[in-house]
Structure formats: C-alpha cells, structure tokens
Design a protein around this ligand. Structure first.
Ligand code: GUN
Length: 283
C-alpha cells in the first residue's frame, strides 16, 4: 500500500515555523523583503508569482513585484537587477523563469548578487552547492530533500534516478542527493533504455513537464516516486509527469500533483528569504 507524501501539509507547517522566525526578526525592527522580477506574459509564471506573494504576506515578508514587458532589453533588465542589488531594504531577488527568448537568463542570474540569490541560480551558489558549502539551495530541489527527510526516506546509499537535466531542477537536485550520499543517475531526452534505468531507482524523480512521462512499467515495486511536473491535461486539470493512478499501486511513497512538490518549492523560497535577511543583518 502506497503512502501519499503530503507536500501541502508539510509546507504549511514549515511556513508556520518561518512566520514565528519572521516575527522575531520584525520585533527587532527589520522586515525581510523579497523582490520578484517578472518579464513577459507567461500565464503560468503569473500564477507562480501570485502564490509567492501570498506566501510572503502570510509569513510577514514584504514583497515587491517588478513587471517588465516582452520587449524589455537585456540592458534594462540588468540595470534593474543592479538597482535591487544595491538597495539595502531588499534581502532576496528572484527572476521568474522563463523570460522572453531574446534575453539571456544565465547572464541575468549571474548578475543577481549571490548574497541575495534566494533561488540559488547564480553560478557562485551553484558552485557552492557542488562543493558541499553552505549556500542558497534552489527551492524545488531543496523542497524535495526536505520532503524525503520528513518521511524518513533513506537517502544514503539509495539509487536515485532523476529524469530531466534542467538548471532549475535536475542539476541542483543531483548535487543535493549526492550531498546526502545517494547514488544518482540523471536521464534526459537522449538517454537510451530509459525504462531499464528508471527500474533500478529506489527514488525516482521526474522533472520533465510531460504528461505520462512515467508509466507503471518504468517503476520498481516499492520505489519512492516524486513528481515535479506541472502540466494541464485535455480537461484543463493540473497533472504531473507521472501516471499517478497506475504508478501509485507500485510505489511505497508518491507525491500528488497538485499538493506535492509545488507548495514545498514556495516554502523553501520563504526559508531562503529569511536566511538571506538574517545573514545580511548579522542575526
Ligand atoms: N520557474 C519555474 N520554477 C522556478 C523557480 O524555482 N524559480 C524561478 N525563478 N523561476 C522558476
């Protein structure tokens, strides 16, 4: 019998703890503050940013949204980042991905001061993660690790297989799992014999963004299945990458979509903003 991993419940518990921590900081006369830059008209991004702003409000973190239109130049984007880097009232800066194709997102991530990089996408923070140093860990991978730990899922020595090699999820997650002594394999669109590899997974994570990417034949009996995908099906319903109804029968633990990884990503972002504020104020 599988167990559902309740990311939503765990995230709200974490948010409560963060609220208590935020109250303590505010009692010292300091208000943690997050700035989010949204470029263009991506409808999913707008929803994500709204959810981030709601979480900030609930915890007591100030939120500033900078909305830029599709035709924004790289020069303009970089100058806005420079300004936010300089402002002492801003503790965390997040550039919502994706941004329009004519802009270079890597250059933009690199421009965000690594001390305010609450997404952990600046190469300095990516490098720190890679070398096992204290840093801002990217929110989705960090949330996944927190969920696995909360459910006492053994990471040390586990065979973890990640499908998807994005800079936002796959690559930092590889490092996070490696830092916890798992044996990690990354699969991607050019991987041969995908099913053979995924069947070796004690922990299988899909971060592709494709409905039914993971079917029951790809999953070992008793595996832990983590679904990072957020897709809309023909009925307009939110679904993940995993064929949930069939795969759950083989899994020991499985995350739902929605209510699994998504809420944990936001909780970890809040965690990183509080952390940034504390470091910047020597608290
Ligand atoms: N787009 C999808 N996920 C994320 C994320 O974690 N951070 C940012 N900045 N953009 C995203």
């Amino acid at each position: 019998m599988y167990k559902l991993i309740d990311g939503k419940g765990l995230a709200s518990k974490i948010r409560l703890e963060l609220k208590a921590e935020c109250d303590k900081i505010r009692n010292k006369g300091i208000t943690p503050k997050l700035a989010v830059i949204l470029v263009g008209d991506d409808s999913a991004s707008k929803v994500y940013v709204k959810n981030k702003s709601k979480a900030c409000e609930e915890i007591g973190i100030e939120f500033e949204e900078i909305i830029l239109d599709d035709s924004t130049t790289m020069e303009k984007l970089l100058s806005i980042i420079d300004e936010l880097n300089k402002r002492t009232d801003i503790n965390g800066i997040l550039l919502q991905s994706p941004i329009p194709k004519h802009l270079n997102i890597q250059e933009a991530f690199e421009r965000i001061d690594y001390r305010k990089d609450v997404d952990g996408f600046n190469p300095i923070n990516m490098g720190k993660l890679m070398t096992g140093q204290n840093t801002f860990i990217s929110c989705t991978p960090y949330g996944i690790i927190k969920m696995l730990e909360a459910y006492n899922i053994m990471l040390e020595g586990a065979n973890a297989v990640i499908i998807g090699r994005s800079n936002i999820v796959g690559k930092p997650l590889l490092q996070c799992l490696l830092n916890k002594n798992a044996t990690v394999t990354i699969c991607h669109s050019k991987t041969k014999n995908l099913e053979e590899i995924t069947k070796t997974a004690d922990i299988l994570i899909s971060a592709v963004g494709k409905i039914n990417m993971v079917t029951e034949n790809m999953v070992k009996e008793g595996a832990v299945v983590i679904d990072v995908g957020i897709n809309r099906n023909d009925q307009g319903k939110l679904v993940g990458d995993v064929d949930f109804e069939k795969v759950k029968e083989k899994a020991s633990f499985i995350t739902p979509v929605p209510g699994g990884v998504g809420p944990m990503t936001i909780a970890m972002l809040m965690n990183n903003v509080i952390k940034a504020c504390k470091i910047q104020n020597n608290l």
